[in-house]
Ligand binder design. Structure first.
Ligand code: SF4
Length: 309
């Protein structure tokens, strides 16, 4: 079924004409917002146990890939794979350590891509040059955690980087022919609908190839959990999120790949909202809302460009 947005699975089908599955791995890199370089308390929403299959794993990178590969082959008949360095900041190490970690993909002929999740203040010219070398042979994406373009929000969620870091990282990445994407959280405390649309509009003007959306949710053992218990923050309802997601996508270019539309979280650590784990229901509600509006990804870009003319 044709979605009213450019889904990651559609992008992958167009690119590889095969079923490509992403395999998340934990290379054991640290995050400067946790290891004391910038701070120790981390972003107020972050708990790795919420999303990672390999938190504190004893398995080597190669073993993690082998385990997931077998699983996805059997369960989903996957033909090809992308290795996704997911946990913490996956460019937060010396060049040789990074090279040695990324080189694991060379052991698997059916791995066609390398995806690296990191902070925008954790890349420099040497690291990007290293990653660019893989981009000559593989599908390579750098996924930058941004969450919001608004400095007040970045401070309120304790990111300890600025929009300027993101803008520089995205330009330097694009210059080398590497694709990048932005992680954005919709529904963060203190943000209005207009604030979120401003984030979409800014991304639409940048050389960003994809966006990964998350709904604001609260996990145990986070600062937001403390605030939530004290009644200081609330989480969006499904209906609110559906509206926000459609508003956001309407302001993104039609060729921007939507790498994810709804986050899920391990039930052991999820405080709320519980509906985020009903992915298909949320995706159907987003499709239905686009249909009701008669819009799709990119609709508002055309409208605002026409009104400027
Ligand atoms: S969200 Fe990313 S940058 Fe923030 S503390 Fe967690 S790993 Fe670090």
């Amino acid at each position: 079924m044709k979605r009213p947005y450019y889904s990651f699975s559609e992008y992958m089908r167009n690119r590889f004409q095969a079923r490509v599955q992403r395999i998340s791995v934990n290379a054991g890199f640290s995050c400067p917002n946790r290891d004391g370089t910038l701070g120790e308390d981390g972003c107020f929403f972050c708990n790795e146990k919420g999303f990672s299959r390999f938190v504190e794993t004893p398995l080597s990178l190669k073993e993690q890939i082998e385990a997931s590969r077998e699983f996805y082959r059997e369960r989903f008949h996957a033909d090809k794979f992308i290795v996704y360095f997911q946990n913490a900041a996956n460019t937060n190490a010396g060049l040789e350590q990074l090279r040695s970690a990324y080189d694991v993909i060379r052991d698997f002929p059916d791995v066609v891509g390398l995806f690296i999740s990191t902070r925008p203040d954790c890349v420099d010219d040497e690291k990007l040059d290293l990653i660019a070398a893989y981009a000559r042979e593989y599908e390579v994406w750098l996924e930058y955690g941004l969450q919001s373009i608004h400095e007040k929000t970045l401070q309120a969620i304790n990111r300890r980087h600025s929009l300027a870091h993101f803008l520089r990282a995205v330009e330097d990445t694009a210059k080398r022919g590497i694709k990048s994407s932005a992680h954005v959280i919709l529904g963060l405390p203190g943000e209005t609908r207009e604030d979120m649309i401003e984030t979409a509009k800014t991304l639409a003007e940048l050389p960003v190839s994809g966006v990964k959306l998350h709904v604001f949710h609260v996990l145990r053992e986070t600062r937001f959990h403390e605030m939530y218990k004290a009644g200081g923050v609330r989480v969006p309802t499904q209906e609110e999120y559906v509206q926000l997601a459609c508003d956001f996508l309407e302001h993104l270019p039609p060729d921007c790949v939507i790498m994810r539309l709804i986050s899920n979280a391990s039930e052991d650590v999820l405080v709320g909202p519980e509906w985020i784990n009903q992915k298909q229901k949320v995706l159907s509600a987003i499709d239905a809302e686009f249909k009701r509006r008669g819009t799709e990804q990119g609709t508002r870009i055309a409208v605002s460009r026409q009104s400027k003319e």
